[in-house]
Ligand binder design. Structure first.
Ligand code: PMV
Length: 326
């Protein structure tokens, strides 16, 4: 019997951010969050389980990887092995077009694809909600890459209650993310470490307490396809998260000089009437949201901003799913 399956998943961009855990081990988030899957970027993972026991192997874009990245995958697969009552080692082959470790949610797509592939390979018949819960153990934001389109992560206070679900399918709104890449250097401090530091910021408690209200306003803006309301709430939330990062002990600065240049340009363009809004993850690159009609113009302008190295563009994407083995 071959225990092998392949799955694909897209990364997601958070409109209302997840930053800080109430339980680091289970990745139970301090607050609910909301995101959109990015259909133009994807990760494909093939998992093969063997009868023999031993260390798992991770092959990323054709290159054998050792160290913390492999250890994290193995720790994640231990959950799947435990659920299925299986002990054999796994070979994971993962291919992605997402630059890793630069705040483009590469781990979200990776663990969402891995959860779907590993569960299928071991014959586990899990619901979307169960797959979302499983993916969360690999990387918090991965739970949001399991359901399709626009997705909300219910914080929950127990393992079984912390999952993501789709609030609208990808076709609901042609909202585009034009990503200004200002640096492709691997970030110095991982988001796992950042989550641990969040609570050392005096702003953390206030950000967490007010997050449910921002999620509700964002959900409503998406429901009504109201770009102006979305722009306001998304920018506010991103600034809040970075304020927490900058006021943590020790502080975390993910921005580069070019980040500020892009943020200022986006605000100026909006004042001039172009429908644009920025958000940032745990990295210096700026995600510029806009209606699809404006995406070409936004990309053209971003390419001219000093410090922008290249621009990636994506509309909403589907959920994680099984695909044929290649
Ligand atoms: O899932 P993690 O641990 O990589 O955390 C991601 C955190 C942010 O990308 C900064 C925000 C978010 O909600 O995606």
């Amino acid at each position: 019997m071959t225990r092998r399956a392949t799955a694909q998943a897209h990364p997601n961009i958070a409109f209302i951010k997840y930053w800080g855990n109430r339980d680091d081990r289970l990745r139970l988030p301090a607050n609910p969050s909301l995101s959109m899957n990015l259909g133009a970027l994807r990760t494909v993972a093939t998992v093969t389980f063997l009868e023999e026991e031993g260390p798992d192997a991770l092959i990323l874009n054709g290159i054998r990887v050792e160290g913390p990245a492999r250890d994290r995958v193995e720790a994640f697969l231990d959950h799947v092995r435990e659920m299925a009552g299986f002990r054999g080692k796994a070979v994971v082959e993962s291919r992605t077009d997402i630059p890793a470790g630069v705040g483009l949610a590469s781990s979200a797509a990776a663990f969402a694809a891995l959860a779907v592939a590993a569960a299928a390979a071991l014959g586990l018949d899990l619901s979307e909600r169960e797959l979302s819960i499983l993916a969360r153990l690999g990387s918090g934001s991965a739970c949001r890459s399991v359901p399709p389109g626009f997705v909300e992560w219910v914080a929950g206070d127990r393992h079984e209650d912390s999952y993501a679900y789709s609030i609208a399918p990808p076709e609901h709104w042609a909202l585009w993310d034009v990503i200004a890449i200002v640096s492709e250097q691997h970030k110095a401090v991982s988001s796992s470490e950042g989550h641990r530091r969040a609570a050392t910021s005096p702003l953390h408690a206030l950000r967490v307490a007010t997050a449910p209200e921002r999620v509700a306003r964002c959900r409503e803006a998406i429901r009504r396809r109201d770009f102006e309301s979305l722009a306001e709430i998304v920018e506010t939330d991103a600034i809040w998260m970075h304020a927490v990062m900058m006021t943590s002990r020790p502080p975390l600065f993910y921005w580069e000089p070019a980040t500020i240049t892009v943020l200022q340009a986006v605000r100026r363009w909006r004042d001039e009437g172009l429908p644009v809004a920025f958000t940032l993850d745990a990295g210096p690159n700026v995600h510029v949201l806009c209606p699809r009609e404006a995406a070409d113009e936004v990309a053209r302008r971003l390419e001219q901003v000093p410090g922008v190295q290249r621009v990636l563009t994506s509309g909403p994407g589907g959920g994680a799913c099984r695909i044929p083995d290649s």
